[in-house]
Design a binder for this molecule. Structure first.
Ligand SMILES: Cc1cc2nc3c(=O)[nH]c(=O)nc-3n(C[C@H](O)[C@H](O)[C@H](O)COP(=O)(O)OP(=O)(O)OC[C@H]3O[C@@H](n4cnc5c(N)ncnc54)[C@H](O)[C@@H]3O)c2cc1C
Length: 267
């Protein structure tokens, strides 16, 4: 949206295709976490600007390479985002991904916040490989529904990447009194029907120093996989081709907006 906005401001005739019925991408998911609705104010503003500037918006339009090649675009900017990786891989123990990830009660934060699992049960484990707000949002979402929540992370602290912007302590205040516990420098070793076995990141999975946590729902918050197939297929086939945001490498909103802005300004 930022790429489309800036390109339109610079006088280009811009078409924006979006696979889903609404604009906003992953921000619409993020906004479903408790207290986070206002993160969508920004994408709401972008959306207004895009319509105001006369960008042709095509909703519910999943673009494949052949669609992109069917019209004579001077430039194509790919901003297809990223998808959760549900393979149990965490950066601290890359050779020992958690087993049991294929069980139906193991879901992504996207599925959780979008309500894909209706019966969450009474106990949950959130496995956080990002250290970002996404995991804290998942914890709070579950705790607000009365679940006992265990947060497991490879990091030395709870979601350390949002500590500096003062997001952790207020969340902990809101969680005070909830049935919530945090396990740091820890990772999931195995997931079965109703529990997750965790162990320290600094010991092999074969250690006896494990702990079993009750879990009728397991939320895996992964370092996402970039959605870059469209970009790869279009390489060498269109005049000017750019990739921005999570499609380029899964990161966060400010980076996606910055890359979109630069791409819109460069064409
Ligand atoms: C639960 C959650 C919480 C988050 N919290 C934060 C936070 O607190 N702070 C922060 O900075 N970031 C946060 N993020 C990350 C942030 O939302 C993303 O980094 C950002 O939205 C990336 O923007 P993007 O435009 O690159 O991709 P996306 O927002 O993923 O948008 C990509 C869009 O492309 C569409 N699409 C994909 N393929 C096609 C195709 N072939 N044709 C047409 N359309 C297609 C998708 O439908 C989607 O709408 C969070 C993410 C989640 C899921």
């Amino acid at each position: 949206m930022e790429a489309a906005r800036v390109a339109a401001l610079r006088g280009h005739r811009v078409t924006l295709a979006e696979a889903s019925p609404s604009l906003g991408g992953a921000v619409l998911v993020a906004a479903k976490a408790p207290t986070r609705a206002t993160i969508a104010d920004f994408t709401g503003w972008l959306e207004q600007e895009i319509y105001r500037l006369g960008v042709e918006v095509r909703l519910s339009t999943f673009v494949e390479a052949e669609d992109a090649l069917a019209e004579p675009w001077d430039a194509v900017i790919v901003a297809t985002g990223s998808v959760p990786r549900m393979d149990g891989w965490v950066a601290s123990n890359p050779t020992e991904p958690a087993s049991g990830m294929d069980r139906p009660h193991v879901i992504s934060s996207h599925d959780l916040l979008l309500g894909a699992r209706t019966n969450l049960g009474r106990t949950a484990v959130v496995i956080d490989d990002t250290g970002h707000y996404e995991a804290l949002g998942a914890v709070e979402f579950l705790a607000r529904q009365g679940l006992e929540v265990n947060y497991v992370t490879r990091f030395a602290a709870i979601t350390p990447k949002v500590d500096a912007p003062q997001m952790v302590e207020p969340a902990l205040v809101r969680l005070a009194g909830a049935n919530f516990a945090a396990h740091t420098r820890a990772r999931a070793i195995s997931i079965v029907r109703d529990s997750v076995t965790i162990g320290p990141t600094y010991l092999p999975a074969s250690t006896n120093l494990t702990r079993k946590l009750p879990a009728e729902t397991v939320v895996f918050v992964s370092l996402n996989r970039s959605n870059r197939e469209l970009f790869d297929e279009l390489q060498g086939k269109v005049g000017e081709l750019r990739i921005v945001g999570d499609a380029n490498a899964a990161r966060h909103l400010p980076t996606a907006v910055r890359e979109g802005h630069l791409a819109g300004a460069a064409i």
